[in-house]
Design a protein around this ligand. Structure first.
Ligand code: ATP
Length: 605
């Protein structure tokens, strides 16, 4: 069917995994069971109504009195010879069935929506608590599709598919039993022909659809040629390649014709197949039924019922195939979601903004730290790194691209755990702190600030969700952001657009700084922007950063060496190892890698 959709094969293992969804149904098992009973009733009612329709037909064509002897299975103890009493019975059945179906739909929707709520919550919570390594290995789109598409597939299964499968199964089994009761001979003829033909028709239909999809693909290909040629018309003309392009197009459109004709051929065969074999099978059944009736072996109302019920059973056989496809997809989706629920997340405290009483001094030390990313174990990213940062110091990380500066920033934030060695805060191993409490003591201002799509106010408050309006304004002021915010007609309520695209780079950075101000961290990690801001904007950002750094341990990933001359400590890295460390003047005196980097930047100006 849908070519690109990857469907997992149903296996014992996948079925076992899928049954774990039971945990989510369990709280609603009573409603679920009542729903199942209602579907069963609804299926039985459909059969009964069909039976009564047949009775109507039978009574309509025969003398009163005939057919009164029909008792037993599918024969209700009512006056079966009177059209009006049959009509009343049908009306009652339909009303009851309508009420049952309504209740069933509502019941199932309730059960499913509650299940989905719990499942969505658990999945998202698991994903959001995963360590950074998980996000390195997965694509955002994949995770996103698991949370949305897979859960929608599961929802489909529980709202409609299971119910439909059960109802159709009841109709098929109940229907065939009833048919056998009316006329075993006719039933065997029916079963030997119609279901076989229906199944062949379904497979055939899929093939025909696949062919028409191929034709569509070819049409898109030819559209691409036209698009490419016309947008690149200057190239076509200057190379005088009109002939070449025409040949390419003709080849493509000739392909379209070939595929379309092949499709038409099979569509034709399909139509003939339906007429000859499906309609043929129906004719055979009617013919044989009529024959049995004239022989007196089949009551008229049974004949009519037989025809109607055959239609019902045939429809259900056709329907069950597509429901089965949806079920298969749903089981795959359950497996995917269960895989997520099996992951081991970081030890994050999920209580709402639990104010932590823990307050760090701000001493940081790396002791013999070695690290490599799990996704690329062959590269030894950090090698035997040792350094000490005292509380309140301003430290710069310097080094060529790929030296490991960002990795050190990530290690400080405990996004990753060192492979060996120890990182300490206030002389205590990072692992002895509660992860959430530790991260609440830090703020990170990235190079490329990505804002969330709400208002400026919401974006600043991200640093402290409980902040008052006054605190937000003060933070914006301190970050030199208030002057541009005040110029927007909506002030703090200005919407920043998706990812903050409606703001300039410098403005976004100042919002990120305001966020950090609100968080009031002990440790500040700044990734200096590489993309150059205009000098006024740069001055405002730098000034805000300088204010923010006062009284905090700050680690600056420096790309422009001119900004870090006053740093208390400069760590010069190369290939994950510490090459030099000291103040600007000490390092210049050493005349080593740092001096080389400084000279290189100056000569590039
Ligand atoms: P730049 O100045 O270019 O940002 P950097 O000094 O910050 O560089 P890092 O980003 O820390 O360097 O990278 C150090 C090494 O680690 C590089 O070889 C890089 O390819 C590798 N690396 C970085 N991030 C990952 C990751 N998520 N997974 C695997 N390898 C990574």
């Amino acid at each position: 069917m849908e070519g690109e959709e990857k469907k997992r094969r149903l296996s014992k293992d996948s079925m076992r995994k899928a049954t774990r969804i039971y945990k989510y149904i369990k709280p609603y098992w009573l409603s679920f069971t009542i729903g199942i009973v209602m579907i069963t009733l609804s299926g039985v009612f459909t059969l009964l109504v069909t039976r009564l329709w047949g009775q109507l037909g039978g009574v309509g064509v025969q003398d009163a009195g005939a057919g009164a002897d029909v008792r037993g299975f599918m024969n209700l103890n009512i006056d079966f010879t009177s059209l009006s009493s049959i009509g009343v019975a049908i009306a009652i059945l339909l009303v009851v069935q309508a009420a049952i179906s309504f209740t069933r739909v509502i019941l199932f929707a309730r059960v499913t929506e509650n299940m989905m709520l719990a499942l969505r919550k658990d999945t998202y919570e698991k994903v959001i608590r995963m360590p950074m390594q998980y996000f390195n290995e997965k694509r955002v789109g994949d995770i996103n599709s698991r949370i949305s598409a897979d859960i929608t597939s599961i929802q489909d299964v529980f709202t409609t598919t299971l119910a439909e499968l059960l109802r159709q199964l009841i109709i098929i089994v109940g229907g065939i039993l009833a048919l056998l009761y009316f006329s075993p001979t006719l039933t065997f003829i029916m079963l030997g022909t119609l279901p076989v033909m229906i199944i062949v028709a379904i497979i055939f239909g899929r093939y025909v659809r696949k062919l028409s999809k191929l034709t569509q693909d070819k049409v898109s290909e030819s559209n691409v040629i036209v698009q490419e040629t016309l947008t690149g018309i200057v190239n076509v003309k200057s190379f005088a390649n009109e002939f070449l392009e025409m040949t390419r197009y003709i080849r493509s459109v000739t392909d379209i014709r070939a595929y379309a004709l092949k499709g038409a051929l099979w569509r034709g065969v399909f139509a003939s197949f339906i007429i000859l074999f499906i309609f043929g099978a129906i004719s055979l059944i009617i013919f044989k039924g009529a024959d049995l009736m004239t022989e007196g072996d089949l009551a008229k109302e049974h004949f009519f019922t037989f025809l109607l019920m055959t239609g019902l059973v045939a429809g259900s056989i056709g329907g069950i195939a597509s429901q089965f496809g949806v079920l298969q997809k749903g089981i795959g989706a359950i497996e995917n979601v269960m895989d997520i629920l099996d992951l081991t997340p970081e030890d994050i405290d999920m209580s709402p903004a639990a104010e932590s009483s823990m307050r760090l001094q701000g001493d940081i030390a790396f002791k013999d730290v070695n690290f490599q990313y799990a996704s690329r174990e062959e590269i030894h990213v950090i090698k035997d790194l040792n350094f000490m940062i005292k509380a309140g110091q301003q430290v710069a990380l310097v080094g060529p691209s790929g030296a490991g500066k960002s990795t050190i920033a990530s290690l400080i934030q405990h996004f990753y755990v060192p492979v060996s060695g120890e990182i300490t805060f206030d002389d205590k191993d990072a692992r002895s702190y509660e992860l959430t409490a530790l991260r609440r003591q830090m703020a990170y201002v990235p190079q490329e600030v990505l804002l969330f799509g709400g208002s400026i106010r919401e974006n600043i408050a991200y640093g402290k969700p409980t902040a008052t309006d006054d605190e937000i304004r003060k933070a914006a002021q301190q970050a030199n952001a208030m002057e541009f915010i005040a110029r927007f007609p909506d002030g703090l309520d200005t919407l920043v657009g998706e990812r903050g695209i409606q703001l300039s780079g410098g403005q976004r950075q100042r919002i990120a700084i305001a966020r950090a101000v609100l968080k009031d961290p002990t440790i500040l990690i700044l990734d200096e922007a590489t993309s150059s801001l205009d000098s006024e904007s740069e001055r405002l950002v730098q000034e805000a950063l300088d204010k923010l750094m006062i009284g905090r341990t700050s680690i600056v990933i420096a790309h422009r060496l001119s900004t870090i001359r006053n740093a208390d400590l400069i760590l010069v890295l190369e290939d994950g190892a510490l090459k030099e460390s000291g103040t600007h003047s000490e390092l210049i005196a050493m005349d080593g890698l740092y001096t080389k980097l400084v000279n290189l930047q100056q000569s590039n100006r």
